[in-house]
Design a protein around this ligand. Structure first.
Ligand code: BTN
Length: 279
């Protein structure tokens, strides 16, 4: 399955241009989950910006308790420890935007390296030609001295072929190679991602989420689509995705409109599984 060179710390360090992210970096051949390892390291005091990268994962974790398909040699699996002294009154905004701004950074880095039009699907799927090419999983915890930390995990399908996916993913998932015909040097994509992520984190920390939200809305292909949302209690809601609210929630207005004259129901979704419906 290997296309291009294996990841190497030297290649990553030689292209890294960040202030903090990735200055401490660990590369594993195989791991259960880079997120699990990053949480363990964060509990043990790992510094802000510590990155764990792996060539493969045996128990890659996805959103909503799903597994993340993590074969060796072709993709990127990485997790980053984030320790930012966010003011208490800004913490909710920070936590809600963290996964969204990470998806934005991933989309921007793919575009810069692979020159492909990349969209985000709310909340944090990365899409190429409406198929999922990557995803983000953020987790939070507190360290030994009760200081909060977050772990950002990102998986990107890079140089593989769609035919190598398990059957249930073949229709909805894709890889950068599949969509562009180009094999990508994964260390370049990783370091570009860390750079874009750092810019977004600094922007959100110093000036709040306003500009991030603007850039996210411009890239978000969910807005304007008819969607089916599966809510956390298992209920389904079908409607038109109108916008992303300032707190990162997806605002969906019921469709079709009720026929009994009642006003359409409006949902502001914080956590949900979304399917884009054809209109
Ligand atoms: C999703 O379901 O869309 C989120 C997928 C996140 C997968 C990445 S791969 C690297 C990191 N380690 C994990 O166990 N999960 C995340």
């Amino acid at each position: 399955m290997q296309h291009g060179s294996p990841l190497s710390l030297d290649a990553i360090r030689n292209t890294l241009a960040t202030q903090a992210l990735g200055h401490h970096i660990e590369l594993r051949d195989q791991i259960d989950s880079t997120n699990r390892e990053a949480v363990t390291l964060a509990h043990a005091g790992a510094e802000h910006g510590t990155v764990i990268v792996a060539e493969s994962q045996t128990e890659g974790r996805g959103r909503l308790s799903r597994q993340w398909f993590s074969p060796p040699g072709v993709n990127l699996y990485c997790s980053i420890v984030i320790r930012k002294p966010i003011r208490h009154d800004r913490l909710a905004e920070w936590l809600s935007w963290l996964p969204l701004l990470t998806a934005l950074a991933a989309a921007e880095s793919i575009e810069l390296i692979a020159a492909a039009g990349v969209a985000v699907k709310w909340p944090n799927d990365i899409l190429l030609n409406e198929r999922k090419v990557g995803g983000i999983l953020c987790e939070s915890g507190t360290g030994a001295r009760s200081e909060p930390f977050q772990v950002i995990g990102m998986g990107l399908n890079v140089n593989g072929d769609r035919s190598e996916f398990p059957k249930d993913l073949r229709e909805t998932a894709t890889t950068i190679y599949q969509e562009t015909g180009c094999h990508i040097e994964r260390h370049r994509l990783l370091t570009q991602f860390l750079q874009e992520l750092e810019v977004c984190l600094v922007e959100c920390e110093s000036r709040g989420s306003e500009r991030i939200a603007l850039a996210y809305r411009q890239r978000c292909s969910t807005i304007g689509k008819h969607v089916k949302a599966t809510l956390t209690d298992g209920k389904e809601f079908v409607g038109l995705a109108e916008t992303i609210e300032p707190d990162g929630a997806l605002r969906v207005i019921q469709r079709p409109l009720p026929t009994d004259g009642r006003p359409p129901e409006i949902q502001r979704l914080r956590v949900a599984d979304i399917i884009h419906l054809r209109t």
